[in-house]
Design a protein around this ligand. Structure first.
Ligand code: NAP
Length: 346
């Protein structure tokens, strides 16, 4: 039997802000009857993750492309891999059966053909919606957990600042930090987001960075006694002013620098004198290096979800054709929480 696989590709390298015209929806026939000797799994994609780092993969050059298997360059015209959840519709791999719900490296498309050795695991949903396993219980959650607990090591009463705080990673960092007894302030790009941070997610305070003209004074007013931990999702000027407002022995987890992704000339130049004399630790990290703590992260986060101590925040679009606009929305600050595309019903 044959199916048609519709999937998203890029037409060209994308070196500035992503536009609709950079993307194309392609369709190709897909045989669902497999050669028994093929050791292949065909997955019907159900939910796929939409993440900012994909832009760095789409560029003609980015330093990120040579650092990790997850970050390799995307070739124009070819399928784009991403984290996602799906259902096995055909398998000659003895580890998977038709009907299995799986999680792993799927495509921005309707089906993924995964050869032996591809990143794919059977998913135990533990009673949570499938979409949670793409976001809060997937790599976004692991990123927040690893960056906050392994790098920043929060102590009760410490002052924590989070940028892109209503995004997929940021909102969880803030919620985890609150559960650790910290004082947490987030910044985000709209009044609506600021209200959600304070009223729905329990941040102690929040501000709209787009309305501020002097970010250094803004941080001083929110942190009159300084910042102990900065979880950096944006880089740029916000990183510079955060460093200026850090306390002695402060910790900064550099998770992402999204404000620098659209312009290769833009980069933060924090004061290294402040870094030295305040003994600030600044550490970049990749969630993929923390699979050893995935089990701890999962059980802790599931417990918090079950007891209502953590709120999931998802922003789900429908259909493979919505992938380009979902991705572009990240760069326009239009997502509220984890951006996911639902490709199909189970
Ligand atoms: P996200 O925060 O859900 O979405 C991106 C958000 O970034 C937007 O909603 C927007 O929110 C903000 N933004 C966009 N352009 C901006 C700009 N020029 N300046 C300031 N803010 C801007 O995305 P995410 O998945 O949670 O990722 C957050 C950061 O973590 C990204 O930098 C990403 O690359 C990084 N990341 C790193 C790892 C890792 O392993 N190190 C893993 C996942 C993500 P506003 O409304 O607030 O502007």
């Amino acid at each position: 039997m044959d199916a048609v696989n519709r999937y998203i590709t890029i037409n060209n390298h994308v070196n500035g802000a992503p536009q609709d015209s950079d993307f194309e929806l392609k369709a190709s026939p897909l045989a669902l009857s497999l050669d028994p000797a093929s050791n292949v799994v065909i997955v019907k994609n159900l939910y796929v993750s939409i993440d900012p780092y994909q832009l760095n993969r789409m560029k003609s050059f980015s330093a990120s492309q040579k650092t990790s298997d997850f970050a390799v360059a995307i070739v124009p015209g070819e399928a784009i891999d991403t984290y996602g959840v799906g259902k096995v519709v055909a398998s000659t791999n003895p580890e998977f059966d038709k009907g299995d719900i799986v999680v792993g490296l799927l495509n921005w498309g309707e089906f993924t053909v995964i050869k032996a050795g591809g990143m794919l695991n059977k998913l135990n949903t533990m009673g949570f919606p499938l979409s949670y396993h793409v976001g809060i219980l997937g790599f976004s959650g692991l990123t927040a957990y690893a960056g906050l607990f392994d790098i920043c090591k929060p102590n009760k009463g410490e002052k924590v600042f989070v940028s892109a705080a209503l995004g997929s990673v940021g909102n969880l960092v803030g919620q985890f930090a609150k559960l650790s007894g910290c004082y947490v302030v987030g910044c985000a790009g709209s009044k609506e987001k600021v209200a959600l941070l304070k009223e729905k997610l329990g941040f102690d305070d929040a501000f709209n960075y787009r309305e501020e003209t002097d970010l250094n004074s803004t941080l001083k007013s929110y942190f009159p006694n300084g910042i102990d931990i900065y979880f950096d999702n944006v880089g740029g000027e916000m990183q510079e002013v955060a460093v200026s407002n850090m306390n002695i022995n402060g910790r900064i987890a550099v998770c992402g620098v999204i404000s620098e992704y659209l312009d290769s000339e833009k980069r933060a130049a924090p004061s290294m004198i402040e870094v030295i004399y305040k003994r600030i630790k600044i550490q970049g990290f990749l969630a993929g290096d923390y699979l050893n703590i995935f089990g701890d992260f999962l059980s802790t986060t599931c417990d918090h979800l079950r007891t209502g101590k953590i709120q999931p925040l998802e922003d789900i679009s429908d259909g493979v054709e919505s992938i380009p606009s979902a991705f572009i929305s990240l760069y326009r600050g239009q997502n509220i929480g984890k951006k996911i595309v639902k490709i199909a019903e189970e």
